[in-house]
Design a protein around this ligand. Structure first.
Ligand code: HEC
Length: 136
C-alpha cells in the first residue's frame, strides 16, 4: 500500500502542471460561470452572482498554455493581457455591485464582462487554438 501511494505521488509530481487547468477547460467553466451570473440576474440572486463572478476573478492560471500563448503572440501578448484584465475588472465590479445589492450596476458590468470575452475571442481564439491543440 505504501509503495502504491509513493508511486502515485511520484506520478503526480512528475507533471509540474498536473493541478493547473489548460486554457480550454478553464474557458469551458468560464462559459458556465457567465451563464450562472445571468441566471442570478434573472432570479435576483445576489449570492449566486457573487459566487460565480468570484470564480471568474480568481481562476487558476493555465501556466503551461500561457507560455505557449506568449511565444505565439509576441508583442501582441500585451493586447491579450489587457483583454484579460478588462474581464477581471468587470468581474470584480460585478462582485462589488452584488455585495451592494445593486442589480442595474451588476447588469452594466455584466455587459462589460461579456464584451471583453468577445473581444479576446474575436482577436485571438482561432489563432491560439491552432497552437494550443490541433483539433477543435
Ligand atoms: C484574454 C483572452 C480571453 C478572454 C478575456 C476570454 N477568453 Fe474565452 N477563450 C479564449 C481562447 C484563446 C479560447 C480558445 C481556447 C482553446 O480552444 O484552447 C477561448 C475559449 C472559450 C470557450 C470555448 C471553450 C471550449 O470548450 O472550447 C468558452 C466557452 C469561453 N472561452 C468563454 C469565455 C467567457 C465567458 C469569457 C468572459 C467571461 C471569456 N471566455 C474570456 C480567450 C479568452
Amino acid at each position: 500500500m505504501k509503495t502504491l501511494l509513493l508511486l502515485a505521488t511520484l506520478l503526480l509530481s512528475s507533471n509540474t502542471f498536473a493541478n493547473e487547468p489548460n486554457l480550454q477547460s478553464l474557458m469551458a467553466t468560464m462559459g458556465q460561470k457567465a451563464q450562472i451570473i445571468m441566471t442570478g440576474i434573472a432570479y435576483d440572486n445576489f449570492d449566486m452572482i457573487e459566487d460565480a463572478a468570484s470564480w471568474v476573478n480568481d481562476h487558476a492560471e493555465p501556466t503551461a498554455d500561457l507560455q505557449i500563448i506568449k511565444e505565439e503572440l509576441g508583442y501582441q501578448g500585451f493586447a491579450f493581457k489587457m483583454m484579460d484584465k478588462a474581464a477581471h475588472n468587470a468581474a470584480n465590479a460585478i462582485i462589488k455591485a452584488a455585495q451592494a445589492k445593486d442589480m442595474p450596476e451588476v447588469a452594466k458590468q455584466y455587459g462589460k464582462m461579456v464584451k471583453s470575452c468577445v473581444r479576446c475571442h474575436n482577436a485571438f481564439r482561432e489563432r491560439l487554438r491552432a497552437v494550443l491543440h490541433k483539433t477543435w
